[in-house]
Design a binder for this molecule. Structure first.
Ligand SMILES: Nc1nc2c(c(=O)[nH]1)N[C@H]1C(S)=C(S)[C@@H](COP(=O)(O)O)O[C@H]1N2
Ligand SMILES: [Mo]
Length: 516
């Protein structure tokens, strides 16, 4: 190897990352293409044992989707690095190894049938062509590597943002969401609280969680909602037919099963749509019907007992606009009291009524559908954990929830002091969350704030900590606040505390599967 030559594996790594970028850019430029990386990302999720998913999410939190994208790009990079190393002796084999993740990724991307084969093939060709450069005898000065990597990353982000903006506008212009026949009253102005998550969030302020990165781009003209199986009369509804049914509004909380105590994988929104019961009644389930299987465009499935499905909401709008793509356009399900993954299916395309329950997407991976409800929970939003506040009178605020029954009382405790009642805010019904606030006379030093809630059917929130698997997250939210004192010290403490909490949570979340 000559002194100025960049080693082949390193060049290969660069070619692999550039190839992943080329696949992304090409997929974004087409109407309904999926990139090889997105196929790999979904393949990784599908192939991972549920315990690993739980551990990974506990560790990276809301960075799970970007993390997955980086992981997929990393696979392309490593394969191309290996291809580059091989290419010295076996150029063809080297090129094939470098290109393999792109071919595999696009195969995986097409498996779900939510992307166009032609557009996806175009993205695959772009990825394969660039990755094959890993095997070419190129001389590249070392300084090119960081520059090319930065440019490629910039291109992906820029193309992704413009394409997203364009398609979001497309969707909002194309779908005219009719005014609901039964609207809810507007929110009182007092509902906005400083330092607290919005009572009703719009897109952008609502978490996006799913196994499909990036979310499917559904062809709205071709889309149909099919209702079939054990029904008197099967239904096939086009989007305009669905939108012409009498629509209502519901304020519903959505909680991910992986939301840790005090976490942010939860949101509450005003949804437009209709009760799923109304739709099922139109089809008329037969006498032996016991279950409803919901199937999404991305191959995701949920299985609900007929009674639970009747209580579900079929949403076509969010915050007064058509449902955004990332939240399940054009139609999704929301099931109060069940965590996101167990019924709140996005990109719905088919409902099949059956006598016996098949296994759902997560049911096949060891989760037992319907056995891990959303437990009553409460969260302190302000002051934020590990923050520094001034001594004197201050207000502690947050949200509490107990979907399907509602919260009727919230209490706050400072250090090991007595529990004292908080004031409850706007009541949006039992399936939404309830804001609360409590005065606190903050004295200098470090203090622990703990919150708990009481349900309208007479239960205190469960204090015993529990992991997502098998029966859902429980435990009280405690935050530590520094009154007076230095901000940098608090920031370091926060980082260290956060890292320790995540590691512990990941270890316990994974371990919960071992004792199954
Ligand atoms: N089709 C489909 N629906 C899905 C998922 C998915 O991967 N595919 N993920 C579920 C999970 S795990 C959660 S937490 C919620 C999140 O909904 P949101 O992205 O609107 O917050 O969607 C659920 N519905
Ligand atoms: Mo989730």
């Amino acid at each position: 190897m000559t002194a100025h030559r960049t080693p082949r594996p390193r060049l290969g790594l660069l070619a692999g990352l550039l190839a992943a970028a080329a696949g992304e850019v090409a997929a974004s430029a087409t109407r309904r293409g999926r990139s090889p990386s997105s196929g790999l990302a979904r393949g990784l999720v599908d192939a991972s044992p549920a315990a690993l998913v739980d551990g990974g999410v506990a560790l990276v939190g809301r960075a799970d989707k970007p993390g997955l994208a980086v992981l997929a790009a990393g696979v392309s990079g490593l394969a191309a690095a290996a291809g580059g190393a091989l290419a010295g002796h076996r150029p063809l084999l080297g090129a094939a190894v470098a290109a393999a993740p792109h071919a595999l990724g696009s195969g995986l991307a097409l498996r779900r049938g939510d992307a166009s084969a032609r557009d996806t093939a175009a993205a695959a060709v772009a990825g394969i062509a660039v990755s094959a450069a890993a095997a070419a005898p190129l001389r590249v000065p070392p300084s090119v590597v960081p520059v090319a990597t930065a440019l490629a990353a910039g291109a992906v982000v820029a193309v992704d943002r413009t394409a997203r903006g364009r398609r979001a506008a497309d969707l909002l212009d194309r779908v005219a969401l009719p005014a609901p026949a039964r609207p809810l009253p507007p929110l009182p102005a007092a509902a906005r609280q400083p330092g607290v998550a919005p009572l009703l969030a719009g897109p952008g302020a609502f978490p996006v969680i799913d196994v499909t990165v990036p979310e499917p781009r559904v062809d709205l003209d071709a889309w149909r909602l099919q209702v079939d199986g054990a029904v008197q009369e099967g239904l096939v509804l086009a989007l305009d037919e669905l939108l012409s049914l009498p629509l209502g509004e519901r304020d519903l909380l959505l909680v991910c099963v992986h939301d840790p105590v005090g976490g942010s994988r939860v949101g509450c929104a005003r949804w437009t749509g209709l009760g799923l019961g109304e739709l099922l009644d139109r089809a008329g389930p037969t006498a032996d019907a016991g279950w409803v299987v919901a199937e999404a465009v991305d191959g995701y499935t949920n299985v609900l007992p007929l009674a639970a499905a009747r209580r579900a909401f079929l949403a076509v709008g969010m915050a007064g606009r058509p449902l955004p793509r990332e939240h399940g356009s054009p139609a999704r399900l929301l099931v109060p009291g069940r965590p996101g993954q167990d019924g709140n299916l996005k990109w719905l395309r088919r409902l099949t009524v059956t006598a016996e329950p098949p296994l759902s997407y997560w049911g096949r991976r060891g989760w037992r559908d319907g056995t891990y409800p959303v437990h009553p929970a409460s969260r302190i939003d302000a002051p934020a954990g590990s923050s520094v506040v001034e001594a004197g009178p201050t207000t502690v605020r947050g949200h509490a929830w107990a979907p399907t029954v509602g919260v009727d009382r919230v209490q706050l405790r400072v250090d090991d002091g007595p529990w004292s009642d908080a004031t409850l805010g706007v009541d949006l019904g039992p399936d939404a969350w309830r804001p609360w606030s409590a005065p606190w006379e903050a004295t200098r030093g470090r203090h622990r704030l703990t919150v708990r809630c009481h349900t309208a059917d007479g239960r205190w929130q469960d204090e015993t900590p529990a992991t997502p698997f098998p029966h859902g997250v429980r435990g009280l939210h405690t935050t530590t606040v520094q009154v007076g004192g230095s901000r940098p010290t608090a920031a370091v403490r926060r980082l260290a505390g956060e890292a320790a909490t995540r590691l512990g949570w990941a270890a316990r979340s994974t371990a919960a599967w071992r004792s199954r």
